[in-house]
Ligand binder design. Structure first.
Ligand SMILES: *Cc1c(COP(=O)(O)O)cnc(C)c1O
Length: 239
C-alpha cells in the first residue's frame, strides 16, 4: 500500500469514528482531498486508492491538473480565494466553488458557466471568527447573499463554508462550526434547499463533524506537509 493510500485510510477512519460519536452516518460526510501544491501524480495515486473529489486553491494549477487527469472522471472543487478576473477558467474547469463571498463573483461564474454543463455547485464562505479572520461574509449578510446567489441560473447554491482561525481550542472550534450550522438551518427554514456544510480540515475534522460537516477538506493528513513557497531570495550566509 502506498503512503497516500495508507493516509487516506487513516483519514477515512477518523471521519467514520467522528460521525459515529455524533450519531451520524459516516456516508453523510464527503472527504475532499486538498491536492494544492501536489503534482498530478499524487492525485492519480489518491484516485487509485478510491478518492474521487479533489480541492485546489490556485486557478492555473487546478485547471492544469483537472485537464491532465480528465480521463479519470474526478470531481474538482475550487476552494481558494477567487478574483473576478479569474472566474472564467474556474467556471468551466471545476464542479464546485466553495469560497463565494461577493455577488459579483457569483454573477460572473453563473454567466461564464458553459450552458452545456450542469450548474456549478457553490458554497458561500462565512466569516465565523469575527475580527480574527478577513475572508468570508459576515453572518448577518449571509441571508441576502444566499437569496441572490440562489437565483443565478448557472449556479446551484449547495450550502456554506468556513475556515475558523487556527487554534488548538476544540471548544472554540465547535462554537465557530456551530455558527455555520445555525446559519444553514435558518436558510433552510427560509426556503433554500441547502445540503452542504463545508467545514473541517486536517486538524479539526472531529469538531467539524460533531457540528454537522458534510464535506471535510483535508490536505496535509493525506498528502503530507506542504512546502511553503519561497517568497524572498535566500542570500548567501543567512541563517
Ligand atoms: C489548504 C486548505 C485546506 C486543507 O488544509 P490542511 O490543513 O492541509 O488539511 C482546506 N481548506 C482550504 C480552504 C484550504 O485552503
Amino acid at each position: 500500500m502506498t503512503t497516500i493510500a495508507a493516509r487516506l485510510d487513516a483519514v477515512r477512519a477518523r471521519i467514520a469514528a467522528a460521525a459515529r460519536r455524533a450519531g451520524r452516518d459516516p456516508a453523510d460526510v464527503t472527504l475532499l482531498a486538498v491536492s494544492k501544491t501536489w503534482p498530478a501524480e499524487a492525485v492519480r495515486e489518491a484516485a487509485a486508492a478510491g478518492q474521487r473529489a479533489f480541492g485546489e486553491n490556485y486557478v492555473q494549477e487546478g485547471v492544469d491538473k483537472a485537464e491532465a487527469l480528465r480521463a479519470l472522471g474526478l470531481e474538482w472543487h475550487f476552494i481558494g480565494p477567487l478574483q473576478s478576473n479569474k472566474t472564467r477558467p474556474v467556471a468551466n474547469a471545476f464542479d464546485w466553488v466553495h469560497g463565494i463571498d461577493r455577488l459579483k463573483i457569483a454573477e460572473r461564474l453563473s454567466a461564464q458557466r458553459d450552458v452545456h454543463l450542469p450548474p456549478l455547485n457553490v458554497c458561500i464562505q462565512v466569516n465565523v471568527s469575527g475580527e480574527d479572520s478577513k475572508s468570508g461574509v459576515a453572518p448577518d449578510e449571509v441571508a441576502a447573499l444566499a437569496q441572490a446567489v440562489a437565483g443565478l441560473p448557472g449556479l446551484r447554491l449547495r450550502g456554506l463554508m468556513c475556515i475558523p482561525e487556527p487554534t488548538e481550542d476544540t471548544a472554540l472550534l465547535r462554537a465557530r462550526f456551530a455558527v455555520l450550522r445555525r446559519l444553514r438551518d435558518e436558510l433552510v427554514a427560509a426556503g433554500l434547499a441547502l445540503d452542504t456544510l463545508s467545514m473541517g480540515m486536517s486538524h479539526d475534522i472531529e469538531p467539524a463533524i460533531a457540528e454537522g460537516a458534510t464535506i471535510v477538506r483535508v490536505g496535509t493528513a493525506i498528502f503530507g506537509e506542504r512546502v511553503k513557497p519561497v517568497s524572498t531570495p535566500v542570500s548567501a550566509g543567512s541563517a
